[in-house]
Design a protein around this ligand. Sequence first.
Ligand SMILES: Cc1cc2nc3c(=O)[nH]c(=O)nc-3n(C[C@H](O)[C@H](O)[C@H](O)COP(=O)(O)OP(=O)(O)OC[C@H]3O[C@@H](n4cnc5c(N)ncnc54)[C@H](O)[C@@H]3O)c2cc1C
Ligand SMILES: *[C@@H]1O[C@H](CO)[C@@H](O)[C@H](O)[C@H]1NC(C)=O
Ligand SMILES: *[C@@H]1O[C@H](CO)[C@@H](O)[C@H](O)[C@H]1NC(C)=O
Ligand SMILES: *[C@@H]1O[C@H](CO)[C@@H](O)[C@H](O)[C@H]1NC(C)=O
Length: 386
Amino acid sequence: MTAAWLVLVAILSANAVYAASVGENQSTMYDTIVVGMGASGTSAASTLAQAGRRVLVLEAQNRIGGRVCTVPFGDGVVELGAEWIHGQVPSTVYDLAIKNNVSVISQDISMDVFLSDGSKGDRALINDLVDFALQSCEDPPKEPQPLGQCITNRLMDYIRVHHPDLLKDQDFLTELLAFLDLVIDNYEATTSWNDITTESKYRELDGDQHISWHKNGYKTLFEILLNTYNNGPGLPTLEYKLNKEVTQINWSEDPSKKVVVTCKDGSSYTADNVIVTVSIGVLKERHATMFSPMLPHWKTKSIDTISMGLMDKILLLFPYSWWPKSSTFFAFVWRRSEKKKIEERDRWVTQIFGVSTPLGSDRAMTVWTSGDAAKTVSGYSPRNEN
Ligand SMILES: Cc1cc2nc3c(=O)[nH]c(=O)nc-3n(C[C@H](O)[C@H](O)[C@H](O)COP(=O)(O)OP(=O)(O)OC[C@H]3O[C@@H](n4cnc5c(N)ncnc54)[C@H](O)[C@@H]3O)c2cc1C
Ligand SMILES: *[C@@H]1O[C@H](CO)[C@@H](O)[C@H](O)[C@H]1NC(C)=O
Ligand SMILES: *[C@@H]1O[C@H](CO)[C@@H](O)[C@H](O)[C@H]1NC(C)=O
Ligand SMILES: *[C@@H]1O[C@H](CO)[C@@H](O)[C@H](O)[C@H]1NC(C)=O
């Protein structure tokens, strides 16, 4: 006991001496402070540290990853946040996995289809229409429109030519459109596909759109970035601190002046630069109090006008995997009468477009919800760190 205590004291006093000797010139401590240790903050810090810059990362939560969160589940892992690498060319994330010999697997997301009466739906038809709906987003009309309206118009033209039989069953067509709406909502984190516009600067990367880290977990990306993958030694000029919620950033438009970053626990850190990577949700809530001076108007206007979407996953673990192995995605299309019955009681249940089975855990199933339904679901489930 005594020996351990002495060691601790020695380390503390060595630190004190070090701090005093650099106290006059804090820039010898950190070139840059990065706020937030999700994918953005970790990439920024990694890039700077690999260029020899001294970086400090301050993260509010007790873990690295932000909206990437790989957790053990069943016989493997599941992703509470991001699950796939979307596109390969050019993709830094994909390239890092390949360069480090981490196996990643392409997941076929074509869906098996079930109707709400339990019968099997027309797999070829549904996948054809889902592909058409997703693709028609990529070629926006000249005049911006609500996305759902645009897809519906184009889809109806397509159906008239390629699937005219569908026009005879108006109820089915209505539910088909409701289903496609939900699929798009899960991509966009919205309640309705008409909540978004067709106008977009988003550019889809070429190549495979659903590449899974499976049992390796998306967390591997962070180990690669921090050079701790395969027992790597880390990055000598990168330091990070968890449980450090930043409350105040005092910056100056004069680039020769230092930045002072203060945390909720009263500690503060000084550097030449600061990179802030907190989510748009955090910025919306606190940009007015977080920055001194306040951010310029062109930034706060963007923060105020961009909205934060919501997307939830419900992860279920079963004693064994009872579902067909023909697919890893299963779509649900309602029948009108059945939907009405459930809608009155549990509307959110009718807002689930389907389920998927994650490649990282054999007995797990993911139920997808977004927008208002996701809000309802978050209210039901015990809160976790996400
Ligand atoms: C359920 C879900 C599924 C997704 N699926 C995919 C997918 O399959 N593929 C894909 O590419 N993307 C997916 N995404 C999106 C992807 O997860 C995010 O785009 C990405 O992780 C965002 O990274 P970021 O670093 O910008 O933000 P974040 O990950 O949010 O990182 C910000 C960090 O800042 C920290 N922070 C916040 N406030 C403070 C403060 N005051 N002080 C200090 N730290 C603070 C947060 O704790 C967090 O760690 C998904 C997202 C969700 C939620
Ligand atoms: C602090 O260190 C920087 C970089 O080493 C140097 O340019 C600057 O002159 C120093 N400032 C003071 C006050 O010593
Ligand atoms: C990846 O594997 C190749 C071939 O086996 C090897 O040459 C290379 O050094 C490996 N790279 C890493 C980062 O382990
Ligand atoms: C940062 O700015 C705020 C508001 O102007 C001020 O109250 C606070 O004392 C400053 N903190 C530091 C560390 O300079």
